[in-house]
Design a protein around this ligand. Structure first.
Ligand SMILES: Nc1ncnc2c1ncn2[C@@H]1O[C@H](COP(=O)(O)OP(=O)(O)O)[C@@H](O)[C@H]1O
Ligand SMILES: [Mg+2]
Length: 360
């Protein structure tokens, strides 16, 4: 097992900066997820760990050792890609053993590792089949198996579930999480899907435009996003954002919105300028008038999406389309006038220019 450390790592392709000054410490045995939109530098970061991309500047360490100049084959890592190219003419068993034979691992040892991996991934009955005789999910398990038999110090996975259909993705997600619990090996897992990140990661590193935005546990990112980007990226449906003028009083009011300013924001809000961005999650809005310390908004429900136990409301408040997730027993109808309230502790405030969360 091993730690992986990025120490002020840069990757440039000519004029394009793919990864900018990345410092990140991945702990021994940790399941770390790198998440962000397409093009934000996830694959490049992973490929630098694998040794498949040269590092422009900075140090990459596996354990205590700087590996910038260590060849991929000497790094003790195994990588699973989105396109899990199996050898079509080889059986599952041969696909699993191929890499080990190249590495001159002994016959008995190969046999043992294949049996272990097949047991973990439930491939025992499929060992003599060819890839074309397998379903997509089974093929993906073979690709995982090929990484497992290597017994690497670090697993790298680049969007390994994106070719699977929705149901299989949820299943395989759980399988990979179980695999990690069982092996306890350091894993770095790349995805653009924040739900995958939230459900699988022990910690999550959110990237945007080559820049690391925040690292933390799923709950830290959800409860205390450091900036507007992370706030909007983590959570589904996304956080609502509204520009609010900062007044002198105990509350902020603008076109259908009123938010009290809680004590813990009073100091920082004064220095934030004349406007701030207010953010609040759809699931934190509640139906009903204000009593006590709540924010409030009033508008017209344009669209109501019934989800069974909950319903998703699209409410026009002035120029804003606000999304709220409420109990479906309210039976809101399109066109209804609704008043929603927000517990004051669920309000996030961001600097309108930098997007940084205001201290509270
Ligand atoms: N070989 C390359 N040559 C030039 N630019 C590249 C190369 N590989 C990636 N990039 C650029 O680097 C940025 C990050 O890419 P990548 O790491 O693949 O993003 P992600 O995996 O997050 O979608 C993108 O702007 C991409 O176009
Ligand atoms: Mg990628």
């Amino acid at each position: 097992m091993a730690t992986v450390t990025f120490d002020h790592v840069w990757k440039k392709y000519g004029e394009v900066t793919a990864v900018e000054d990345l410092s990140l410490e991945i702990h021994d045995g940790e399941f770390m997820v790198l998440v962000g939109q397409s093009g934000c530098g996830k694959t490049t970061s992973l490929r630098m760990i694998a040794g498949l991309e040269e590092i422009t500047q900075g140090d990459l360490k596996i354990g205590d050792k700087v590996v910038n100049d260590v060849a991929p084959k000497d790094r003790d890592i195994a990588m699973v890609f989105q396109s899990y190219a199996l050898y079509p003419h080889m059986s599952v068993r041969e696909n699993l053993s191929f890499g080990l034979k190249l590495r001159k691992v002994g016959k008995v040892e190969i046999e043992k590792r294949i049996n272990d991996a097949a047991g973990i991934l439930q491939l025992e009955k499929l060992l003599e089949r060819k890839p074309k005789e397998l379903s997509g999910g089974q093929r993906q398990r073979v690709a995982l198996g090929r990484a497992i038999v290597r017994e690497p110090a670090v697993f790298l996975m680049d969007e390994p579930l994106s070719n699977l259909d929705a149901k299989l993705r949820v299943q395989t997600r759980a399988e990979i999480a179980r695999l990690h619990q069982r092996l306890g090996t350091t894993m770095v897992y790349v995805t653009h899907d924040q739900v995958e990140a939230m459900t699988m990661g022990q910690r999550i590193a959110v990237m945007s435009d080559g820049l690391l935005q925040q690292v933390g546990t799923p709950q830290e990112l959800y409860d205390r996003p450091k900036n507007k980007f992370v706030a909007g990226f983590i959570g589904s449906p996304s956080m609502n954002f509204v520009t609010m003028p900062v007044g002198a009083g105990d509350s902020m009011t603008a076109g259908g919105f009123t938010f009290p300013i809680s004590e813990n924001y009073k100091n920082t809000i004064a220095s934030a300028g004349v406007q701030v961005t207010a953010g609040f999650r759809p699931e934190h809005l509640e139906m009903g008038e204000v009593t006590g310390l709540f924010g409030q908004l009033t508008g017209k429900a344009d669209v109501v999406e019934y989800l069974g136990n909950e319903e998703l409301l699209h409410v026009s408040v002035g120029d804003h389309d606000i999304v709220a997730l409420v109990d479906s027993s309210y039976r809101v109808r399109p066109g209804d006038q609704v008043t929603l309230r927000l517990p004051v502790e669920k309000l996030h405030l961001f600097n309108i220019e930098s997007g940084a969360a205001l201290a509270h």
